[in-house]
Design a protein around this ligand. Structure first.
Ligand SMILES: [Cu+2]
Length: 490
C-alpha cells in the first residue's frame, strides 16, 4: 500500500487516531499478502514461500534521535509516545505503539559527562512512563511504576550520563501493564559512549550495530497477537530483529561490533553464530568487560545486553552466516543472517584489556529473596519476591548509599527469573554455587536465576539515593507482581 499515492502520508495517518487505523486497515493488501490471509502466523511461517520466510529483508537500523538543542553540557530531545504503523510482514501494516510512532523507537546516542533531557509527550490514550534500563538516574526520572504520565500529558526526563559507557535501552514501565506496552512496541536503544574508550579502536559508525531481538505472533490482518501466559510469559512464533522478521545483513569482511538486546517479554535466546564460530564478547549490561571473552553460545534473558565483536574476515566473500537461537522451536531458531561481501580497509582492532576492575567496599548487609509462584484465595496466582507481591506502600529494604550488599535470589519455582535492579549495578558473586562465566563478571543490571537455582549478587548503591524498584524482567511476572521496592538512604 502506498500512503503517498492515496494522498495521506504515513506520518499524518498516525495523528488521526483510531479512525485512521480502520482506514489504513481497509486499504487493499498486495497479492502475496492477500493470498496468505486466513492462515495462522505459524502456518504462514511453515509455507516455504510465505511472507514469514527468514532472510527476506535487510535488517532495518533504527533512526538516531536528533536533539532539538545541543551544547557541550546538554542535549535536549522531544519525543512522542504514540500509535504508529510498522511494516513487519511484507505487505502488511502492523499497528504499534512507539516512541515517535516507530518500532523500535529512535536510538539516543549519548556521551558520558553530557546530560540528556528528553521531553516525553504521551500521545496515547493510556498512562505511560519511561524507564531508562541500566541508566543511573535520580529516582524521579527512573520511571517508577506508580509515577505515570497520564494520557495527553508530558514529562521531562533527565539523564546525567555519569556512568561508564554501555548499551542501554528505554521502555515503558507503567504499573501492571509493561507486558502490553513493551509488546506493543515501546522500546528503543540508548547508547552511552565515553570518549575515554576511543583508544580501544572498537568498530564505529556503520560497523557498530544495535540489534534488538524480540518475538511476536500475528493475527491474520497483520496485527500483533498477544496471549497472556502468567506462568511462562509471552512466547511468540516469529523472531524479529529491529522489527523485521529474521532479517539479513550485508557485512564487509572486517570487524563489527554487534550490540544485542533481548527486548522480548519473556523469551530467552541462546545465540550461536554459523557453525559454532567464535563471537568475542566485549560488553554486558553495565558496559565493557575487563577483557574480551570468546564465546560460541551466548544465552540472553529478557532485558540483557551483550556486545560482541565478530570478525567477518574469517569468512569468504559470498558466505552466508546464520545467527541462530539454539534450542528454539522450528520457527524461532533463525534469528538473522550475515551476507559477507568484500571489505574496505580495517580501522578497528580487538583490544586486549578494556576496563580496570573497580575497588568496592565490603558488603555490609545480606538479604535473601525467595522467588515463588503463589496461589491466592479465589484461585488466582501471582509471582512473589520474599513472600510478597509489589506494593507501593511497602519498602522491602533500605540499603545505605555508597555501600554494597549481598543479595541472594533463591528461585523456588520451575521458571527462570531475569532479576533486574533499577538505578544501580551489581556484580554476580556466584551462580548456583559456581563462579560466574567470565562474560558475566562485569557490571550487570539483570541476571538469570534459573529454576530451583540460587544466584548471589553484590549491588553497589553508588550515585543517587531514593526509592527504586527491583523486579523480574519476564514482563508478565513483573506485572503480576514480582517486584520489590528499595529506598536507598543517604
Ligand atoms: Cu520471573
Amino acid at each position: 500500500m502506498d500512503f503517498e499515492r492515496d494522498g495521506i502520508t504515513r506520518r499524518s495517518a498516525m495523528y488521526y487516531g483510531a479512525s485512521s487505523l480502520a482506514l489504513v486497515c481497509s486499504f487493499d493488501f498486495d497479492k502475496r499478502a492477500r493470498a496468505a490471509r486466513g492462515k495462522t502466523s505459524a502456518a504462514l511461517r511453515s509455507a516455504a514461500s510465505g511472507p514469514f520466510e527468514p532472510f527476506q529483508r535487510d535488517v532495518p537500523i533504527p533512526a538516531v534521535a536528533r536533539p532539538v538543542r545541543s551544547s557541550k553540557k546538554l542535549e535536549e530531545y522531544v519525543m512522542d509516545m504514540q500509535p504508529g504503523m510498522a511494516e513487519i510482514l511484507p505487505g502488511y501494516e502492523t499497528p504499534i505503539l512507539g516512541y515517535n510512532g516507530s518500532f523500535p523507537g529512535p536510538t539516543v546516542r549519548a556521551r558520558r559527562g553530557r546530560e540528556v533531557q528528553i521531553l516525553q509527550r504521551n500521545r496515547t490514550n493510556r498512562s505511560l512512563n519511561v524507564h531508562l534500563h541500566g541508566g543511573v538516574t535520580m529516582p524521579q526520572y527512573d520511571g517508577h511504576p506508580h509515577d505515570a504520565i497520564p494520557a495527553g500529558e508530558e514529562r521531562l526526563y533527565k539523564y546525567p550520563n555519569v556512568a561508564h559507557s554501555s548499551t542501554l535501552w528505554y521502555h515503558d514501565h507503567a504499573h501492571g501493564e509493561t507486558a502490553q506496552t513493551l509488546f506493543a512496541g515501546l522500546a528503543a536503544f540508548y547508547l552511552l559512549d565515553d570518549p575515554d574508550d576511543n583508544h580501544l579502536d572498537l568498530p564505529q559508525g556503520d560497523f557498530d550495530v544495535p540489534l534488538m531481538i524480540t518475538d511476536r505472533s500475528f493475527n491474520k490482518d497483520g496485527s500483533f497477537r498477544y496471549r497472556l501466559d502468567l506462568d511462562r510469559g509471552f512466547r511468540g512464533d516469529t523472531i524479529l530483529v529491529n522489527g523485521a522478521v529474521a532479517p539479513r545483513m550485508k557485512v564487509e569482511r572486517r570487524l563489527y561490533r554487534l550490540r544485542f538486546l533481548n527486548a522480548s517479554n519473556a523469551r530467552a535466546y541462546n545465540l550461536v553464530l554459523g557453525n559454532d564460530r567464535d563471537m568475542i564478547q566485549i560488553g554486558s549490561d553495565g558496559g565493557l568487560l575487563p577483557a574480551p571473552v570468546k564465546r560460541k553460545i551466548i544465552p540472553m534473558e529478557p532485558a540483557e545486553r551483550v556486545d560482541v565483536i565478530v570478525d567477518f574476515r574469517q569468512f569468504g566473500v559470498g558466505s552466508k552466516v546464520i545467527l541462530h537461537n539454539q534450542g528454539g522451536e522450528p520457527s524461532t531458531s533463525a534469528v538473522m543472517r550475515f551476507d559477507v561481501v568484500r571489505g574496505t580497509a580495517e580501522e578497528a582492532r580487538i583490544p586486549k584489556l578494556m576496563r580496570e576492575d573497580d575497588e568496592l567496599p565490603e558488603p555490609n548487609a545480606e538479604r535473601s529473596w525467595p522467588l515463588t509462584f503463589q496461589g491466592l484465595a479465589g484461585g488466582a496466582s501471582v509471582w512473589q519476591i520474599g513472600g510478597g507481591g509489589f506494593s507501593e506502600m511497602r519498602i522491602d529494604c533500605r540499603p545505605r548509599q555508597g555501600s554494597t550488599e549481598l543479595w541472594t535470589w533463591r528461585n523456588l519455582s520451575n521458571r527462570t527469573h531475569p532479576m533486574h535492579i533499577h538505578g544501580y549495578h551489581f556484580k554476580i558473586v556466584s551462580m548456583n554455587g559456581k563462579t560466574p562465566h567470565p562474560a558475566d563478571q562485569g557490571w550487570k543490571d539483570t541476571v538469570a536465576v534459573y529454576p530451583n537455582e540460587t544466584v548471589v549478587v553484590m549491588p553497589y548503591f553508588d550515585y543517587f539515593p531514593g526509592r527504586y524498584v527491583f523486579h523480574c524482567h519476564a514482563a508478565e511476572h513483573g506485572d503480576m507482581s514480582m517486584m520489590g521496592q528499595m529506598e536507598v538512604v543517604a
